[in-house]
Design a protein around this ligand. Sequence first.
Ligand SMILES: *Cc1c(COP(=O)(O)O)cnc(C)c1O
Length: 393
Amino acid sequence: MTDIKTLDQTYVAPTYGRFPVVITSGKGCIAKDDQGKEYIDMGSGIGVNLFGYSDEIWKEAVTAQLNAVQHTSNLYYTGPCAELAELLCRRTGLKKVFFCNSGAEANECAVKAARRYAQLKKGDEYFTIITLNNSFHGRTLTTLAATGQEKFHQLFQPLTPGFISVDANDCEALVKAVEENRTAAIMLECVQGEGGVIPLSREFIDTAVKLAQENDLLIIDDEVQTGNGRTGALYAYMLYGFLPDIVTTAKGLGGGLPIGAAMLGEKVEDIFHPGDNGSTFGGNPAVCAGAISNLNRIDEDLLADVRRKSAKVFDTLEGKKNIRSVTGAGLMIGIEPEEGTAADIAKFCLSHGVLVLTAGGNKVRLLPPLTITDDELDTALNVIADAFANGKE
Ligand SMILES: *Cc1c(COP(=O)(O)O)cnc(C)c1O
C-alpha cells in the first residue's frame, strides 16, 4: 500500500483525492485490496461496471474481438461499431450515433451538433445553450462551461462562451432564459448526478419540451451517468416519456472500457459530414463488442429487477436515524444526512467494508452494479444505515 501510494503521489498529477485503498482484484460486486480485505462496491467505478468486476459474459465478448481485431482506424468499417450503432438507434428511436471515448467528448459532439443546427436554421448568433445549475457535463473547457457550478468555472478562464444556466426545476426561469437569449438548445440530466442525485420534475421536462417545440430548440439529454439501465429504464428520458433530440452516454455503456456515444435524432442526423468531427479511438471494435453484449443484457427483466432493488433501498433507508432524504431513480441514489458530512459517512462505510460515493449537496451516492445480489445489497444497506446513525468512525 505505502509503496503504491508513494509512487502515485510522486508521479501522478494530483487531480484526485483518493481513499487510502489499492484495489487489486474484484469479482461481481466485491472489490479486493492489496491487504486481502474485501469490500462491497456500491460505486462500481462511478457507475461504469454495470455487471460488476470481471464479468464473464462481457470479458468473453471483448476478448473474442481482441483476438480478431483490437483496433483499426476510422478509415475502415468494422462490424461491432456498426452493430452497436444499430442497436442504440433501434432501442432509442434516435437516428445516428457518433462514437468517442468519454462522456465529456460525447457532450462536446452534442454541443457541436446543436450549434451547427441553430446556425443553419436561424443564423450565427443563435448559439446559446441553456444548462442547469448543479449540472455536471465534463472536464473539457466547453463541458466545464456547460457545467452549472461556479466552483468549476474560476480556475481556467476563459471558458468556451455561449452557456448560461438556470435552476433545475424552475420553469419560470427556463421560460425567461429562452425569451432573453438567442438559444440553440437546452441541455439537461434527467437525474442530476454529481450535483446531488436530483431528479428533474415532470413539469420541468414538459416545459423544456414545449419550449423546444415552440422555438425550434434542441434538447440535449446527458445520460452519461443515468444511461444504460442505471435508473430502471434503458435511458432516463424514457421515464418521462419524451424523445430528446440528442442523447449522450458513456460510463456504463462500455462496462469498464472507455466509450462515449452521442446519439443524434431526426433533426440533426445529417448535421455532420466527413471531416466535421472525429476520434482516433471512437468506435473501437473491442469496446463496442463489450457494449453490444452489455446492451443485449439490459432487457425488461433486468430493468424490473433494478426497480425492485431500488424500492428496497428507499424502503430500507427512508426515515432511518440521521437520514434527511433519499433521492434518485433506479440504482442511482443519493442520501442526505441530517448532521455530519457525506465524506465522513463514506469513510465509515469504507472502514466497514462498503465502498460508496459522494455527490454535491452533502449526499452519499450509490451506483452499485445492476446485478448486485440481494444479500450483498442487504449487507451494504446495514452498514450504510449504521454509518448515518453513528456518523464518525
Ligand atoms: C461523468 C459524467 C460526465 C463526464 O464523463 P467523462 O467520461 O468523465 O468525461 C458527463 N456528464 C455526466 C452527467 C456525468 O455523470
